[in-house]
Write a protein that binds this ligand. Structure first.
Ligand SMILES: [Zn+2]
Ligand SMILES: [Zn+2]
Length: 454
């Protein structure tokens, strides 16, 4: 037990004794009793997490060595389902293709808490080095690719497996139900492109009823990051992670001879003007006091020969925002600018925007309530972080149910310039994993024991 935690515990007991010797309002005495009970449960979680830490790390290494792409997490899902069944939980598989959902009923009635981990890996080649480095291959949009857990979802899965084991061991003390959600395809599908109108990952799980029967009252999740030192927790009330959309613009002109361009309509010069016009969306038209925003054109493809004006040029890019209204505005501006610039050149622009992930909004109230729990789980190593430029489909769960998504630092000591998530050199200091377990289990017991069921 850490000294800081011991001190917190002691202070709570002293306060309780002081309360019982002096007459006070009954509500504050109940609140103190509740706090002491919470601290006792957190102590039990800490002990149980320490006892299974080796198992937790072994799971993470096993999953790391055998990574699988979105909607192909067959081995991972089987490993998870087998573990959950052994715990005696009610397990459902095949949710959103490869997702696994399990239900733990506590000893007494109460609210429902959902905990989520994502299971998918990325088409990244892992360098040799770790004894459990991935040598796995997979199919990504029909091509054979190397696969690696370069975003740390191996850690998320192992952390939630351990959390399920601990909470199951404590189930008699839990008033309420815990729903464990092991989600596929957070990074997107790997068998088809995002432009087919299909849903995947969190969104598909929700469409298939993961938030029904029973409906969670709160949902919690985490993401590991090399942006913070190992075991440190970062959270942000409000807009914490960006919305992410993919944009596609097809500019159509009229093909002709590049030596006589006046007899053609040139989609290349039109594209150049659209790229520059798009820069004014953020710099001139977006209320940046309300939300930062990004519009990036990332690919341009067109043309076949030096003396031919091509018929078409295609662009793709991404849009990021932290406010739903700003997001809508950026979409409208992009369409207007692209279509009208094209029209001014007698060309045509078709703009397609695929909304991939919503802004991830942590309700302020939940963040305020859970911050002390997270602080104790991380032995005081906690901070409020700036919004992340990355996106997360956990946002779809938070659209439906209040909750909290936080970041867990996994950066080892000597790597201040550690490789970011998605890099082939992304590295996880495994000492952090147990902190993730303490945090998820701690928030769960806090919510269950401190919330009245409807
Ligand atoms: Zn990722
Ligand atoms: Zn991720």
């Amino acid at each position: 037990m850490s000294r800081r935690w011991q001190a917190t515990m002691l202070a709570a007991f002293v306060a309780l004794i002081a309360c019982s010797s002096a007459p006070r309002a009954q509500t504050s005495s109940l609140a103190l009793e509740q706090e002491v009970r919470q601290l006792g449960l957190e102590q039990e979680i800490r002990q149980r997490a320490a006892q299974i830490e080796n198992k937790l790390i072994a799971w993470r290494r096993d999953i790391h060595e055998h990574p699988e792409l979105g909607e192909q997490e067959v081995r991972t899902a089987a490993l998870v389902a087998e573990h959950l069944r052994k715990l005696g939980l009610d397990v459902r598989t095949g949710v959103a293709n490869t997702g696994v959902v399990a239900l733990l009923k506590g000893g007494r009635p109460g609210p429902v808490v959902a905990l989520r981990a994502d299971m998918d890996a990325l088409p990244v080649k892992e360098p040799a080095g770790l004894p459990f480095a991935s040598r796995a291959k997979g199919k990504y949009l029909g091509r054979e690719v190397d696969v690696m857990h370069a975003c740390g979802h191996d850690a998320h899965t192992a952390i939630l497996m351990a959390t399920a084991e601990i909470l199951t061991a404590m189930k008699d003390k839990l008033p309420g139900t815990v729903k464990f959600i092991f989600q596929p395809a957070e990074e997107g599908p790997s068998l088809y492109t995002a432009f087919t109108g299909k849903s995947w990952g969190a969104k598909l799980m929700i469409q298939q009823g993961v938030l029904a029967d029973p409906r969670p009252d709160a949902v919690f999740g985490l993401h590991v990051t090399s942006g913070m030192s190992s075991g440190r927790i970062g959270y942000r009330p409000g807009a914490a992670m960006a919305s992410a959309d993919e944009l596609r613009i097809k500019v159509t002109g009229r093909q002709g001879h590049a030596g006589v361009p006046w007899r053609a309509v040139d989609p290349i010069t039109t594209t150049a003007q659209i790229v520059l016009g798009a820069q004014t969306i953020v710099s001139r038209r977006t209320d940046l006091m309300k939300s930062p925003a990004v519009v990036s054109i990332s690919t341009i493809n067109g043309g076949s020969r030096f003396n031919i004006v091509p018929e078409t040029v295609e662009m793709t890019g991404t849009i990021r925002t932290y406010d739903p209204d700003v997001r809508k505005g950026v979409h409208a501006d992009l369409k207007q600018i692209a279509e009208n610039i094209a029209a001014s050149a007698n060309a045509k622009a078709d703009v397609e925007i695929i909304e991939l992930y919503d802004v991830l909004m942590n309700p302020e109230e939940m963040a305020t309530r859970m911050a002390p729990v997270l602080g104790r789980a991380a032995d005081g190593s906690i901070q409020v972080v700036t919004p992340s430029g990355a996106a997360e489909d956990f946002s779809f769960f938070l659209n439906e149910v209040p909750g909290l998504f936080f970041h867990l630092g996994v950066r080892g000591q000597d790597t201040a310039d550690a490789a970011p998530n998605h890099s082939p050199n992304f590295f996880i200091d495994e000492k952090a994993l147990v902190v993730g377990v303490r945090a998820l289990a701690g928030m769960t017991v806090n919510y269950l024991t401190g919330t009245k069921a409807d």
